[in-house]
Design a protein around this ligand. Structure first.
Ligand code: SF4
Length: 319
């Protein structure tokens, strides 16, 4: 039995858990290919024009694998903790898909609402396994291995300083350090982000992303907000930015956002105001399906050059 995992949205945050769980359950996991122009075009054709680009891409990825597998995983992410939910587009994702892709008949909708307790996640895994006609012990073992795989990935790999998904090859002694914040499905989809992280690394920048900051530290930073934001990924982004502002161990912060993203209208403004208060150079880059490579290169180069000049001035002052 083959299960298709769209390489979009939740995949970028939870793929070690998702892939391991289904593999250990005994299914063949087929992850849709990396985003290409074709995936994007599928998504644009299928969705309403004012959907944000990550949602369009999710549709594109579903279309690209739905005929090759028995089931396509479509998560309805509601909550993974007590403090927040996911953006409304995550909550309505299966409904949007059903309306937009009429010939999608094999979706495996999984509603993830586990704010009450961690036990809920286990019960959810049992439920999914039962739907796929797998027994209790197989499900229990798959759940434990998935959990281990996820924790291992988060604690040892990401927080050991390596940006996710194979973006490697950076050295801490690089002259310029940049905090690059944004939703994981924006940052790590190299087509959507125009390969921004690799580009910065090739420019001699050391990149730190929100996933590389320990959860405990991000929670501590969350106390700086008068009110917790409603959305899980937004909390992650803003707390990472506050971490950079407070510690001043980066030369600047770049926020990557999607055109038309509702939560980011608030998140970006809050970060911009606080960046000013902390005197932290801050750049917002808004991406959509029309963003051009050259324009992005120019902005990145200008920002990095400005940071290098700032750094040189500071070093001259203390020489
Ligand atoms: S948080 Fe923003 S970018 Fe992400 S799905 Fe919601 S509207 Fe789209």
């Amino acid at each position: 039995m083959k299960i298709g995992i769209p390489r979009a949205l939740a995949y970028y945050a939870y793929y070690p858990f998702i892939n391991t769980f289904f593999e250990k359950l005994g299914l063949e996991v087929v992850v849709s290919d990396e985003t290409t122009k074709e995936t994007m075009d599928y998504g644009i054709d299928d969705t309403i024009t004012d959907a944000c680009v990550p949602i369009k891409l999710f549709h594109g990825h579903v279309r690209s694998i739905m005929d090759k597998v028995d089931y396509v995983l479509v998560p309805r992410l509601v909550s993974v903790n007590r403090e927040a939910t996911f953006c409304p587009k995550f909550l309505g994702l299966p409904d949007m898909l059903r309306c937009s892709i009429a010939d999608l008949k094999n979706e495996l909708e999984v509603r993830v609402d586990i704010k009450q307790s961690k036990l809920k996640l286990f019960l959810l895994c049992l439920k999914v396994a039962k739907q796929l006609k797998k027994g209790f012990f197989k499900a229990y073992s798959a759940y434990l291995q998935a959990l281990f795989s996820f924790r291992n990935y988060t604690h040892q790999f990401l927080q050991g300083g390596i940006p996710p998904l194979g973006i490697v090859g950076q050295h801490k002694d690089k002259s310029i350090r940049l905090g690059v914040v944004g939703y994981p499905y924006m940052l790590y989809d190299s087509y959507l982000s125009l390969d921004l992280i690799r580009k910065l690394i090739s420019m001699g920048v050391y990149v730190v992303t929100p996933e590389m900051i320990p959860d405990r530290e991000k929670k501590r930073q969350g106390k700086k907000l008068k009110k917790t934001l409603f959305w899980t990924f937004s909390n992650n982004v803003i707390r990472a930015a506050y971490h950079f502002f407070e510690r001043q161990d980066v030369d600047g912060v770049i926020h990557i956002t999607a055109f038309g993203c509702g939560p980011d209208f608030i998140v970006d403004k809050l970060m911009e105001i606080d960046a000013k208060n902390y005197k932290m150079p801050f750049l917002t880059i808004t991406l959509d399906e029309h963003t051009g490579q050259e324009g992005l290169n120019t902005r990145l180069e200008a920002f990095v050059d400005m940071l290098k000049i700032n750094r040189a001035k500071k070093e001259a002052l203390f020489a």
